[in-house]
Design a binder for this molecule. Structure first.
Ligand code: 3H9
Length: 692
């Protein structure tokens, strides 16, 4: 009931209205009702001079309650609560700690004054959920700080630290010491002054340099990958320049509802909850404590080792990067430093931050350095014999309790663990390249991996800015295994007549960051070539390209051509001719492809493979697969991930198409798996199957 979620207490003649709705004080119905009732009561009480709005627990209101979206609205709405607060004749002060986000910041903007602790952050992250701030935020923030300055927080949605928010004028004061005490003091002072209360809705947006506004909007939207919400956010801010508050908020509300009910926001909200769900791992209960990790050792100073080292060094964790080859070590350290300085030049990090990160890195060419580490992450070349040898040595040298992690992308973690005397300490930590940038981390749970080792790997991953998803052991785990299923269609389609740019185009049009062939060019074709050579697999076109010394961007040529210093793929007639030649040699008849066929033959086998990982328990849930694809493979967030997308398309359609492609190409591996067929027969979805 409302009384339980919001309480009022008096501090002198100031009413402190305090919400307590764990974990993040989301503004659900009970909280809104509690705020409305208590603020109304305080406003009417002659014994109250001023009001403070505060929250218990770890944060000020972190936004509207997203789980209520799509359900019938319950009065009072957030807008009514905010209007009530702003209209109050007594000063109302918001006391902000933690994260005042979305509806939480909008509520604070309805207050007459805002005070925050130095560690607090404020922001309007609705755009990340495919929405716009729908409780007056798009109209109040521009009136408070100017339309140009308001664009980035609304169109990008990143949180703003309190000191910066104070500089921008979003908050009035940053308070050291007890927050509520400081807010009460401010409230008392404002009540004593008795001056007119600042009500943002009654202010005019400061004069705007429209050229600067459009330039800033253009800059921000150029990175929005065609999503609807960012452009709509920019439009609402523009409205704050040209419209009255009443008209601007009416527009804001209408556009908010449109976005909320549209497919992109639904997909993005799915992604939000999927990411949080991925934290919940069977056997890793709340009482499982992670092992302390004060130093990480990374084995191997190549591209992956360097990227992994940077992730943790940037997060303040001391890292020893070890490579037995001193030249490789020096080269690796050089690349790390160069990467950091490039980021600094682009404004991503300050000089002090780069210096601090570099100071966290110790380079060593002595294997014995692993003895000091609480966690070792092996990032050497993908070869089972080599990894087994290293894990034997690690077993001999590492201290008891040290977490032994392998950054393998395909290999059997149980086989690696079996060479040690402590398989319970062994876990897979599969990073994605470039590891200092990509957020996905597949944590591979071996048969014997101890729950606290799993928890440690997840926790350390999060500290390093990663999104960990726990998967089971199998070739390629979840992400790469699905990618292989997609990849298996590429050579046949090329031989049958689809061009590299048609193949890539089918996926980039869908919103993928990159097509598979451009992506291989970026990653380098040589790695896959070497793995194929070892396993004896053949990919006639790909192999022929590698045998010409075309390894992708690094050699200026791969599936495409690259001009000096450019990463833009240019179709190469030489490759078209090569494909035609191989097709002829293999006796493949060539034909025209429709974009739909290319797309379906790439996407549906991938979804089918994802379903197989669910059948086998390698992936815990369909939503975990979505997180893997959203954060590791550039899947468009507005499509929610491959399994969410499958639910929108329907399992029956996917099964019908997979059977069709299996028939026409004679490829039995394209047949839908039992789970896909079951969902199709029951007209069910992955989401419904999980809920059942
Ligand atoms: C909005 O405000 C619209 C308005 O403009 C207009 C309205 C008319 N609702 O992330 P965590 C749950 S849109 C419901 O693990 P952290 C979350 O699912 C909203 N639930 O914690 C999780 O549940 P569980 C704008 C929410 O400390 C638990 O809380 N606001 C909400 O790592 C803990 O979350 C945002 O977009 C919510 N709003 O990070 C902010 N938020 O334990 C969204 C969280 O069952 N939230 N939950 O898995 C966040 O960014 C992070 O949760 C936050 C805390 C930074 C606050």
């Amino acid at each position: 009931m409302s009384e339980e979620k919001v309480a009022m207490r008096m501090v002198g003649r100031v009413a402190v209205v305090e919400s307590d709705n764990q974990p993040v004080n989301a503004l659900g119905h009970a909280v809104r009702k509690g705020l409305f009732d208590n603020v109304s009561a305080a406003a009417a009480d002659a014994g109250v001079d001023a009001i403070v709005i505060a929250c218990k627990g770890r944060t000020f209101h972190a936004g509207a309650d997203i789980t209520e979206f799509g359900k019938p609205p319950q009065e009072p709405g957030l807008v009514e609560v905010i209007e009530l607060i702003e209209a109050c004749e007594k000063p109302v002060v918001a006391a902000i700690h933690g994260t005042a986000l979305g509806g939480g910041l909008e509520l604070a903007l309805g207050c007459h004054f805002r005070v925050a602790v130095p560690s607090a952050k404020v922001g309007l992250p609705e755009v990340k959920l495919g929405l716009l701030p729908g409780a007056g935020g798009t109209q109040r923030l521009p009136r408070l700080i100017g339309a140009v300055a308001a664009l980035e927080p609304i169109v990008k949605g990143d949180p703003i630290p309190a000191p910066r928010a104070a500089e921008l004028g979003i908050i009035d004061a940053v308070a050291e010491g007890d927050l509520v005490e400081a807010a009460v003091k401010m409230a008392e002072a404002k009540a004593a002054e008795g001056g007119p209360l600042p009500r943002i809705s009654q202010m005019r947006t400061p004069p705007t340099d429209m050229e600067a506004f459009e330039a800033e909007a253009g800059r921000l939207l150029s990175r929005s990958r065609g999503l609807k919400a960012p452009a709509t956010c920019a439009q609402t801010v523009r409205n704050a320049i040209t419209m009255s508050f009443a008209d601007g908020t009416a527009q804001e509300r209408a556009l908010f509802a449109e976005l909320r009910d549209g497919p992109e926001s639904k997909a993005q909200r799915h992604a939000f909850f999927a990411e949080r769900e991925a934290n919940k791992v069977p056997g890793v209960t709340k009482d499982v404590k992670p092992r302390p990790v004060n130093r990480i050792a990374v084995l191997g100073a190549g591209t992956m080792g360097g990227g992994i080292t940077m992730s943790f060094a940037s997060a303040g964790i001391p890292v020893t990067i070890i490579d037995l080859n001193p030249e490789a070590l020096e080269r690796g350290m050089g690349v790390i430093e160069k990467n950091y300085r490039n980021t600094q030049r682009r404004g991503g990090l300050t000089e002090a931050q780069v210096d601090a990160a570099l100071a966290n890195i110790t380079a060593s060419s002595d294997f014995d350095s692993v003895a000091e580490a609480d966690m070792v992450i092996e990032a050497v070349f993908e070869n089972m014999d080599l990894k087994k040898k290293i894990f034997k040595d690690l077993d001999a040298k590492c201290k008891p309790g040290c977490v032994l992690a392998s950054n393998t992308s395909t290999l059997d973690v149980d086989e690696i663990a079996a060479v040690t005397s402590r398989p319970e300490d062994v876990v897979g930590m599969h990073f994605f390249s470039p590891a200092n940038v990509m957020r996905l981390l597949e944590i591979v749970r071996g048969e014997k991996t101890a729950p606290d080792v799993l928890k440690t790997a997840m926790d350390v991953g999060k500290k390093g800015g990663k999104i960990p998803v726990v998967v089971g052991v199998c070739y390629g785990f979840v992400g790469n295994r699905m990618l292989h299923a997609r990849g298996a269609q590429i050579e046949p389609m090329l031989l049958e007549g689809a061009s590299p740019s048609e193949i890539d185009g089918a996926l980039t049009k869908f919103g993928m960051a990159m097509g598979p062939l451009a992506m291989s060019d970026m990653a380098g074709l040589d790695v896959g070539y070497r793995i194929r050579q070892e396993s004896g697999r053949k990919a006639p076109v790909n192999d022929a390209i590698c045998e010409m010394g075309r390894f992708g961007q690094k050699t200026g040529k791969g599936w495409y051509l690259y001009e000096e210093g450019s990463r833009r793929p240019i179709p190469d007639p030489e490759i078209d001719a090569l494909i035609a030649r191989v097709a002829k040699e293999q006796g493949v008849t060539r034909r025209e492809f429709s974009e739909q066929e290319i797309f379906e033959r790439l996407m549906f086998p991938m979804i089918n493979e994802g379903a197989k990982t669910l059948e086998e328990g390698v992936a815990l849930r369909a939503s975990d697969i979505d997180v893997i694809y959203l954060y590791g493979y550039g899947f468009p967030v507005g499509q929610g991930g491959p399994m969410y997308y499958a639910d929108q398309v329907g399992a029956d359609y996917i099964c019908e198409r997979l059977d069709h492609y299996a028939d026409v190409t004679g490829t039995e591996s394209l047949r839908p798996c039992a789970l896909m067929r079951k969902l199709a027969a029951e007209k069910s979805t992955f989401a419904a199957a999980k809920a059942a």
